[in-house]
Design a binder for this molecule. Structure first.
Ligand code: PMP
Ligand code: GLU
Length: 402
């Protein structure tokens, strides 16, 4: 008899972004040309000065375990960056370096959530949030936002979702999967609800995933959540990392910045669980944060061109639309007007069927909106070449106009 998988993991949905990317890879391995808009990872190579820092770290013998919570120089670089970019004063011991922001999030949930605690997650949300919350036995409380509100949680909707069991609110701005961004004023209004809610029972905590903070397009302004009200640093956990900003997805470096007791708990957890994040990658991340930043501007300029192109093309395709992307590199395409009909004899009623059929008929990989908690949409990542985007959108047009 095969071993029984634990109940908690049986209930876990594998990452749909990873699954679609794997399907695209499989098709490519079978000899097909695939236009892959599935995964949110920059297509650029990691800038060479960062790679050189990694090589130098190896040559200098930094190939051993480090302090479990991360090397002091990297924590200091993170602290310095938040001070200079946002005026936020953190101590290095409030930073824990983990194996990517995904791991940092899992750690935060593990040390803060007890079974039955409620976590408010505005939808559409990044695939891993709800699943990682469920792993702790806590309950994701999904609050749908509307395309007409640019997929932003309103203060009223937030206030209505808070119960005596609410422990945490999760915010992601700029957002994966919609690219939408809260203005500083909008974040401030949410912060006021959070602060007022604290009188009900206990402090409501906010996990602010700011991993796309440097990928913001002109006309939009990023504000770190903890800067908005003086009360916020003690009830906010900031999540960030190098994956998106510096095209370093494979290096697996991300971090949390939290109140000192939370950071200490995360450090303890990580010391039992994974020990340190890769020593060499940590040195590379120092070079990323403290070295020349021109590479970030160059990549952003390229993303901006692609964003403009994708926005224009989606608007041109009959029946498709998408909200304005203020940041990140995703278009969350409204496909609802193209559901409930046949495509080459195949009836398509939901986003999963639409994305799978688009891949099978036109070799274009996207991710179904349902994986992000919102039906009727498909996410297209534009962290891929213009050539790929041109071909993919041409094929999407052929697909929906057939
Ligand atoms: N948060 C968001 C919103 C993301 O899109 C990603 C991308 N995977 C992550 C966290 C995790 O990033 P990583 O683990 O590569 O640092
Ligand atoms: N965050 C990226 C995405 O949403 C990478 C994949 C993942 O970590 O889920 O596509």
């Amino acid at each position: 008899m095969p071993p029984t998988i634990s109940r908690i993991v049986q209930a876990l949905e594998p990452s749909a972004t990873m699954a679609m990317a794997a399907k695209a890879r499989e098709l490519r391995a079978s000899g097909k040309t695939v236009y892959d808009l599935s995964l949110g990872e920059p297509d650029f190579d990691t800038p060479s000065h960062i790679c050189q820092a990694a090589a130098q770290a190896m040559d200098s013998g930094h190939t051993h375990y480090t302090v479990a919570s991360g090397i002091p120089e990297l924590k200091q670089a993170v602290v310095d960056q938040y001070l200079s970019a946002h005026g936020l004063e953190y101590a290095p011991q409030q930073v824990v370096i983990s194996n990517g922001a995904k791991h940092a999030l899992h750690n935060v949930f593990t040390v803060l959530l007890d079974p039955g605690d409620e976590v408010i997650i505005p939808a559409p949300y990044w695939v891993s949030y709800a699943e990682l919350v469920k792993l702790t036995g806590a309950v994701p409380v999904i609050v749908q936002t509307a395309e007409a509100d640019d997929f932003k949680l309103t203060p009223d909707a937030l206030a209505r979702s808070i119960t005596k069991n609410t422990k945490m609110l999760l915010l992601c701005s700029p957002s994966n999967p919609t690219g939408s961004m809260y203005s500083p004023d909008e974040l401030g209004q949410l912060a006021d609800v959070v602060i007022d809610a604290a009188v009900i029972d206990r402090d409501l905590l906010v996990v602010a995933d700011e991993i796309y903070e440097r990928l913001v397009y002109s006309g939009h302004q990023f504000a770190s959540f903890a800067t908005l009200r003086p009360e916020l640093p003690e009830r906010t956990i900031l999540i960030n990392g190098v994956s998106k900003t510096y095209a370093m997805t494979g290096w697996r470096i991300g971090w949390s910045m939290s109140p000192a007791n939370v950071a200490k708990a995360i450090g303890g957890l990580q010391s039992q669980q994974t020990s340190n994040a890769c020593s060499i990658s940590q040195y590379a991340a120092i070079a990323a944060l403290t070295g020349p930043q021109q590479c970030v501007d160059e990549m952003l300029a390229e993303f901006a061109k692609r964003r403009e192109f994708v926005t224009r093309r989606i608007a041109e395709i009959p029946g498709l639309s998408c909200a304005e992307m203020g940041g990140a590199f995703y278009a969350f395409i409204n496909i609802s007007r193209h559901l409930g009909r046949s495509y080459d004899g195949v009836r398509i009623d939901n986003s999963t069927q639409w994305c799978l059929e688009l891949l099978s008929q036109k070799s274009v990989a996207t991710v179904m909106g349902s994986a992000f908690g919102t039906e009727g949409y498909a996410r297209a990542s534009f962290a891929t070449s213009m050539e790929n985007l041109e071909a993919a959108l041409e094929r999407i047009e052929q697909f929906v106009t057939q």
